[in-house]
Design a protein around this ligand. Sequence first.
Ligand code: BGC
Length: 757
Amino acid sequence: MKKSNIILAALITCFSATAQKSEIKSSIENVESKVDSVLSLMTLEEKVGQLVQYNGSWDLTGPASELGSKQKEDNLKRGMVGSMLNVLSVDATTEAQKLVMENSRLKIPLMFGYDVIHGYKTIFPVPLGETASWDLEAMEETARIAALESVAHGVNWTFSPMIDISKDARWGRIMEGSGEDPYLTSLVAIAKIKGYQGDDLADPKTIAATAKHFAGYGFSEAGRDYNTVHVGENELHNTILPPFKAAADAGVATFMNSFNDLDGTPATGSKMLQRDILKQDWNWDGFVVSDWGSITEMVNHGFARDRKHAAEIALKAGSDMDMEGGAYESSLVELVNEGKVDEALINDAVKRVLRVKFKMGLFEDPYRYSNPELAAQLNMEEHRQVARDVAKKSIVLLKNEKNLLPLSSSVKNIAVIGPLADDKNTPIGNWRAQGEANSAVSILEGVKNAVGKNVKVTYAKGADLGVGERSFLKPLEINTTNKSGFKAAVDAARKADLVILALGEDAFQSGEGRSQVNIGLAGVQMELMKEIYAVNKNVVLVLQNGRPLEISWAAENIPAIVVAWQLGTESGNAIADVLFGKYNPSGKLPVSFPRAVGQEPLYYNQKMTGRPTNPTDVTYSAYTDEEKTALYPFGYGLSYTTFKYGDIKLSSNEMTQDGSIQVTVPLTNAGSKAGKEVVQLYLRDLVASTTRPVKELKGFELVELQPGETKEITFTITNDLLEFYNAEKKWTSEPGEFQVMIGGNSMDLKTDSFQLN
Ligand code: BGC
């Protein structure tokens, strides 16, 4: 045995002994010295190898992609690869790991990454939808289950949570995040990271998480994916970065950078973001993986001359691992030898990768996540129950005229109509990991499961929404002409007591590369809706959607509207739970629904402008052909009961920076059903050294009340809630007057104020 192998073997044995003693708790205190020991044994080539990530598309004959499977296999054997993505099964991950462990000089285990975005096999609501539950415990639980199911296939690293703030419904990836608000998104980020990573990354029931995309991707201009981002420092620090800071503080193992150009610098090549803010100011010790090929794409951006130059820029900027781009692999050794890249920077990147691998316990047992015994964790019945529970909590009731919902027992003849009514694929959504196509409970199935024998359920599709193949990479062709099913649908509607009309978006209308200039009901759906409504006014419109939709006509005419996003495996049952009143809806929008696409980007936490109102002429900030407000604002959602807010009481009207104020509001369930309300706290800094939003969410509480019951809800305002990135580039609060607002959505609020001294 060579000296280096002896030292490494000794290190590994020592780690194994430690592991046995403390079972799964890795000895984090010693991680740094272990990382240094391993690093000291590595050649430059081996170091660069740790910064390379290969795509697997793994089958047992080997990984296939650009390099060719044989060459990839050789590089794995030589220890020239740090991690792989899309290698999915115990056998495949074991085989890949073996190539490294049985052949390479230093035997540094691989990590296996995958886009586990809203579940692995059991699929939960798309992230935008799940955020509508405002239920952080539920969101943590679905991440915990996603982790369990991932490790059942040897996957130990997810590229999630996606915490890009997005205010633009045109952007297809809005469905992957938590919407427009930095405070809510930060809390979701923390919940998700906790769910994925647990308390100990070395626990084989947990996986490493990734905060992505760092940063600004959600602001892609005109909602066009991968487009340039123009944001100033103020917006960057106050809106885009807070969820990432929260993720870093929560100990997220990795970050992913982003494709976009941010004010002239591609984020992947941004030293300011990766080295200065993330690693230095925030003192975060994990590693940054590039987005797919985003290092090499800096050549397209016109920011790098060629792939080698791109590698130099990215490494210097603090991008540690190259996802399937080939830039680091082909150029970093040469760049160091030519003196263009300091080896100390390579060492720092490698240490970051090794640190995560140590924390994951991979050096103790490289196969700990490729354990056939964990396979039983896949798709357990209990996971489906959680999927149903979180799905029903994610549903948002937008309109309910004359209490059409919940459906009364006098409804004996229901027509379930629409292209998405019996669609078992759409609820699985995009970024579906190993969720099987056509595996969800459809609305029709959910309704049939819910009704008794005395209720007649008829089904008519009406029309197709899309035509042809549904797949991750291909654009979806929308049916704009075929209305041959209309007649049967209209007949069914005419004969029914009530119509459940299932419209919206196909799973593959949102997600990566799925930006749209129209966000209404695509194809022939509007026509279908109007024809159905013409013969039966008792219509419950159930929308399935991955983005806010433009639904002004429906909002005006259709008596009941339910937003059911893409809710995952148990979708239809969860929708039926709400429609039939088994669950009283409690979801609230995490994103504004516009009146017209021309309002996008639309968000509640806007700035005041110099001309907010002027009722006498047109010279103020508004539109001449449409209201400027949202059709349904951020935080909005109805219940089958009604909640009454009393007046706000403050414990004091003055506060110092080291003090706090208690703000209390009485909330009464004034209706006849038990229900849950998301009580929301907003603050406004009236005058500051930079302009501040008209209101910002700064707290919320999910409160359950019985009919007639009243509860006092208390929020504590502390200085950290008043801080922002100010004109002096500092996170601080500034003395002055603040407004406090509390209510059940961002527009309908009780107000008071206090002074910060
Ligand atoms: C996406 C990332 C994703 C990666 C790996 C990229 O195209 O932007 O979010 O994690 O692919 O699949």
